[in-house]
Design a protein around this ligand. Structure first.
Ligand code: SAM
Length: 280
């Protein structure tokens, strides 16, 4: 099925895709950012007032941008937020919601930034899943060109309501893009099983659930970890989830064993897979 629904405006890299979004769909992404990347959001973050948190491909409505701005402003009232969309109609729909610290601009993976501006965080959710797999790495590279040093790219896929999702976490370090890991997020509304994450794997993994692929072996090991820790189920899904992470970490996979993350349903596989360097 071709998910591209239109040609990009001149100069913007990418294509217009379906624009479905929903209120609170990315609420847990904001919660994760506040836990994992707080030092990028709050003073004395090493950025100037023109280093945006970018919501790239926000969709038919500006909802996720407005919600993100409001959540992040609870810890930093002046955080600059930029919504970027490749569909001119969707940018027009969002313009009435601009405020002193929130802007909306037409653009693509090559962010529409002005001289002196940069991105401290780029969130691109439910965007790359609509592209061919071989366009993922070039898109990461293009987005990373706009990241400030130490800036973070969180690129993922969710179900329609954001109950369950996964995301690639990458960080710009000088001229390189470092893959920090793959994040699994659940609010436990659908129970808990590693298989539940398969339909929401990011594009670079969704077609790779086969023998020999790291993601296949990770999910298999997680299933085994869930079985091995089944005794913890009686204390609830969160405890079981947390214990499966401990087991995985004891058995060859590096998991961030932060109670604050695990108790909220975030399992972060710290997996430094190599990413080719950025081109000049
Ligand atoms: C399914 S919506 C996702 C909306 C929102 N991020 C969410 O998760 O609810 C995908 C949006 O990404 C936009 N998009 C696709 N490629 C893009 C690109 N290269 N640059 C900016 N926006 C893009 C599409 O036009 C579409 O509106």
């Amino acid at each position: 099925m071709n998910k591209n629904v239109g040609k990009a405006p001149p100069g913007a890299e990418g294509v217009i895709t379906r624009g479905k979004t929903a209120s609170n769909r990315l609420r847990r992404v904001d919660i994760f950012l506040l836990l994992y990347a707080r030092e990028l959001l709050t003073p004395p973050a090493p950025f100037n007032a023109k280093a945006f948190v970018v919501d790239l491909g926000y969709g038919e409505e500006a909802t996720t941008v407005i919600e993100m701005a409001s959540r992040l402003r609870a810890v930093n009232p002046h955080i600059p937020v930029l919504g970027v969309e490749i569909d001119p109609k969707r940018v027009n729909n969002a313009l009435p919601y601009q405020d002193d610290y929130t802007q909306y601009r037409l653009g693509g993976f090559n962010l529409p930034l002005l001289p002196g501006e940069s991105a401290r965080i780029i969130r691109a959710f439910n965007v790359l899943r609509q592209y061919p797999e071989d366009e993922v790495l070039p898109a990461w590279h293009t987005m990373a060109q706009s990241l400030a040093d130490n800036g973070l790219l969180i690129e993922g896929t969710s179900d329609p309501y954001g109950k369950i999702w996964t995301a690639n976490i990458l960080r710009r370090k000088a001229r390189t893009l470092v893959y920090e890991g793959l994040l699994f997020s659940t609010n436990f509304r659908w129970g808990f099983s590693p298989e539940l994450f398969q339909p929401v794997l990011p594009k670079n993994f969704i077609h790779r659930m086969q023998e020999g692929e790291p993601i296949f072996h990770f999910i298999a090991a997680w299933k085994q970890a869930v079985q091995a820790s089944v005794a913890y189920r009686q204390w609830g899904l969160r405890t079981w989830f947390r214990q499966s992470a401990v087991y995985l970490n004891d058995n060859q996979f590096s998991i961030q064993l932060s109670k604050r993350l695990l108790d909220k349903g975030f399992l972060f596989w710290r997996w430094n897979q190599p990413v080719p360097p950025l081109e000049d």
